[in-house]
Design a protein around this ligand. Sequence first.
Ligand code: ADP
Ligand code: MG
Length: 321
Amino acid sequence: MGEFELIRHFFAAAPCAQGGDGVALGIGDDCALLALPAGQQLAVSTDTLVAGVHFPDPADPLLLGQRALAVAASDLAAMGASPLGFTLALTLPSVAEGWLQPFAEGLNRMARQCGLSLIGGDTTRGPLSLTVTVFGAVPAGQALLRSGAQPGDLLCVGGVLGDAAGALPLVLGQAQAPAAVAGPLLAHYWSPPPQFGLGQALRGRATAAMDISDGLLADCGHIASASRVALALQLEALPLSPALLAFCGHHGAQNAALTGGDDYVLVFSLPRQHLASLQADGWPVHVVGQVAVGQGVSLLDGAGRDITPAVRGYQHFRETP
Ligand code: ADP
Ligand code: MG
């Protein structure tokens, strides 16, 4: 099977590539065309997943297809954008149909879950790597930026933290756990649901937002510096799942939530008056801290003592001391 046959069979003919709202032209020409409703801005984000760096190699191709799109789509959700489409740049060591079929199936499932259409891509030969670029629409001026947090705001997250980081030993085959524990943790690692609904509900309410990919402490650092404020996190307020607590214990679970990463849960600053209405509408909003005058991120224990750790999260290219 050659390049063009591969593209046609696995991607152009896929259910998620048959167009949708906002897609004026999909796969097949030199560019796709997106039609943006009047008064909307285009939100764009790219994520690359490299075999052996961002996922174990070999990995289940269906799960990989789901995860590649989910982690990219999470950035759209974090801006408060509505989903439009995505492109897929695929580098493959060989054309293995037994790999491509389930990979495309995983991509389709997540595309359907998110309401995203596959609108183009690129296919090359080389070590396995996936680059997904996502496109969304957001009313002009209403995107959720990292830069608007105000002293006095609450600091909130959109769900339990640490499940994906906790799952890592299971993903890598270094540990085992009963299905009731492993199931939810692995599901969060392989298929983190992008929080589109919450992101859109936060428009006009949250003053700053982002999705947690590198760990709560590290990502809060981005909001603190972009907004020029101090963020104080309460250790005892971190929402932790029963599965994570069972697998890692209390201390391990807190550690996974603070520094683990791969959550793809939204973290946002919220003026106090909006908390009750968001929770009444059923959005999973957990208060984990406060915004204050100052700079940086601190972690406080139940007694209000500063217990901020030195290592905050994962960074590529960081030099080890
Ligand atoms: P060009 O040479 O003009 O960049 P290509 O031959 O690379 O075009 O691709 C042909 C068409 O197939 C384009 O519309 C491109 O977006 C699409 N395409 C290529 N690879 C993929 C892929 N992996 N998934 C989805 N669409 C793809
Ligand atoms: Mg090309």
